[in-house]
Design a protein around this ligand. Structure first.
Ligand SMILES: *[C@@H]1O[C@H](CO)[C@@H](O)[C@H](O)[C@H]1NC(C)=O
Ligand SMILES: *[C@@H]1O[C@H](CO)[C@@H](O)[C@H](O)[C@H]1NC(C)=O
Ligand SMILES: *[C@@H]1O[C@H](CO)[C@@H](O)[C@H](O)[C@H]1NC(C)=O
Ligand SMILES: *[C@@H]1O[C@H](CO)[C@@H](O)[C@H](O)[C@H]1NC(C)=O
Ligand SMILES: *[C@@H]1O[C@H](CO)[C@@H](O)[C@H](O)[C@H]1NC(C)=O
Ligand SMILES: *[C@@H]1O[C@H](CO)[C@@H](O)[C@H](O)[C@H]1NC(C)=O
Length: 490
């Protein structure tokens, strides 16, 4: 499923070519390398500039970067002498893993024999996702995160990825992943210690807390990059102290309890447990808000009823993330989209809400010159995933020791808001999905679920149909030669 839906190519064509494009949909992927080439250079320049700036300014600037939908990454140095990489910051897994061999779309990888401190182990590790996988072996080496000065260098377990399938994202600029969830998830199970646990063991004075502030795409850079800040320990930078908290139901993923979902101000009225079938997690490694299929259908139906007044109507392809719509940032089309409100348990009988505005759940379609948008919702068979669509604009403090996650409204990002704590008539026990036992096998498949957001391939086709009829004249993207289209059509 394409959760990186924004990665549509920069195809900007005349209205008259619309039908042609539709007919070429199946061949779309072949046009992609051409269209992303330019973007790669462009983004890289920006990213580098910012990393450079960040290391020379105060501790409260950004240390997370990336392209919208490709995840947030931070810099890491591994080995002696240090080899520099970027790793995806993921609250949906617990391994530190790094590319250890050449792979398509990777600019660099860890060279074990060049590190004098590297310790090899024979332990194999193999993580399989529903689409894609990686295999490798465990090793140990010294790891330092230069943009996380509060965490001193530590010798830690690292999974060295030797083969992978659809795990790395072309041109995403990250070569590995750092999992910030609980130890229960780290692979091989019981045999590896997550990086964060190692840091906290070594630095007993640090509180067992992380704060994540995701700021979302930066429109000054035409949405080509996004920024955020990760803090380890109790430092929260300029994040306001949490105003509400939600309990972590079980310490593996950051598993939380969704007790209600509203579209506009109306409940979608499903049994509470259906929101958490089979679980709900907070995952910075997923882009979209993922909902169980029944919930997704109900939310989309409600969104459709709110947006019927749009002419022309939004196509089915739009609602499943296969089509973009294009209108200016201040267009009145925004006004017909309602807020989506997700209520999270505060305690056993009360809840607070996260009000997700259309500016959050309609995501900028990337690699585009114009303002086009894709739906940031998707369905998932492994439960609700509160991905970056819900996290951007908030500060989240994961009190890992107290098993609660604190929320406050951030000073950056989209205008997402937090509602008051309200008493509920419902007993939240009824919201808990009762599983039929968790085997080792299902644990593995849960890990899949969390990471899918970064493995989805862009399968979508940009459309300008909407823009054309809307009288927003589509701007031609001069960076994309028309030969792109010709190539595809032949
Ligand atoms: C990634 O890029 C390489 C070359 O740049 C290309 O061969 C490969 O097909 C691309 N992979 C995907 C999944 O787009
Ligand atoms: C690794 O070591 C070899 C031999 O010492 C050297 O030629 C090579 O440049 C090194 N590679 C990196 C990335 O440092
Ligand atoms: C850790 O948390 C406690 C209680 O919240 C606080 O009093 C203490 O100052 C924190 N420690 C550090 C190093 O910030
Ligand atoms: C929903 O409720 C809020 C606050 O009660 C109000 O400001 C908003 O206008 C309502 N929206 C709709 C669509 O009724
Ligand atoms: C969406 O939520 C915001 C913040 O609570 C509120 O100001 C706005 O009126 C809501 N919009 C609608 C259409 O209800
Ligand atoms: C909430 O419910 C759980 C399970 O029923 C119970 O163990 C816990 O004590 C309750 N907490 C409060 C504050 O009532």
């Amino acid at each position: 499923m394409p959760w990186f839906v924004h990665r549509a190519s920069s195809l900007m064509v005349l209205c008259s070519l619309y039908l042609l494009i539709i007919s070429l949909k199946l061949q779309y992927s072949s046009s992609q390398p051409t269209t992303t080439t330019h973007i790669k250079t462009h983004t890289k320049t920006h990213t580098k500039t910012h990393i450079h700036t960040a290391t020379h300014t105060t501790t409260h600037t950004y240390n997370l970067y990336g392209k919208p939908g490709d995840g947030y990454y931070t810099q890491v140095e591994i080995g002696t002498p240090p080899q520099k990489f970027n790793v995806l910051v993921d609250t949906g897994s617990s391994n530190l893993a790094i590319a250890g061999a050449q792979h398509d779309g990777l600019h660099s990888y860890f060279i074990m024999k060049n590190s004098s401190t590297y310790q090899h182990t024979e332990q194999e590790v193999n993580v399989v996702y529903t689409q894609g996988s990686w295999k490798g072996h465990m090793g140990r080496d010294i790891v330092r995160f230069p943009d996380l000065p509060e965490a001193l260098p530590v010798i830690t377990d690292i999974a060295i990825i030797t083969t992978s399938n659809k795990f790395f994202v072309n041109n995403s600029h990250w070569q590995g992943i750092v999992g910030l969830a609980y130890r229960a998830l780290s692979q091989p199970q019981g045999k590896s210690v997550p990086w964060l646990d190692g840091v906290l063991t070594q630095q007993q004075h640090l509180n067992n807390t992380i704060t994540l502030k995701l700021c979302g795409p930066d429109k000054r850079e035409a949405y080509a990059s996004h920024y955020g800040r990760l803090f380890i320990g109790s430092d929260q930078g300029d994040c306001p102290p949490p105003v509400v908290t939600t309990p972590v139901k079980r310490a593996w993923f950051y598993e939380v309890l969704v007790v209600e979902i509203e579209v506009g101000n109306r409940s979608i009225n499903l049994p509470c447990a259906s929101y958490n079938t089979d679980k709900s997690i907070v995952d910075s490694g997923t882009s979209n808000l993922l909902l169980p299929p029944k919930v997704f259908k109900a939310v989309v139906a409600e969104l459709q009823s709110h947006t019927v007044s749009l002419i022309p109507s939004l196509s089915d392809e739009f609602w499943v993330g296969n089509e973009e719509v294009c209108w200016p940032e201040d267009h009145q089309a925004w006004d017909v989209f309602p807020n989506i409100t997700v209520h999270l348990a505060y305690d056993n009988t009360s809840a607070f809400s996260i009000i997700v505005p259309p500016k959050s759940y309609l995501r900028p379609a990337q690699d585009k010159d114009s303002t086009c948008w894709v739906i940031g919702l998707d369905q998932s068979h492994t439960g609700t995933v509160l991905g970056t669509v819900v996290l951007e604009g908030l500060c989240l403090t994961f009190h890992r020791d107290r098993s609660v996650i604190g929320f406050s409204e951030s000073t950056c990002g989209p205008p997402i808001t937090l509602g008051n704590i309200d008493k509920s008539a419902v007993d939240f026990e009824s919201c808990v999905y009762v599983s039929r036992g968790v085997s080792g096998l299902t644990l593995a498949s849960y890990i899949m679920g969390a990471l899918l957001g970064i493995t989805g391939l862009p399968l979508i086709l940009a459309t300008i149909r909407f823009a054309c009829r809307w009288n927003v004249s589509p701007r031609l993207n001069h960076e994309v030669p028309f030969s792109t289209l010709d190539d595809v059509s032949t």
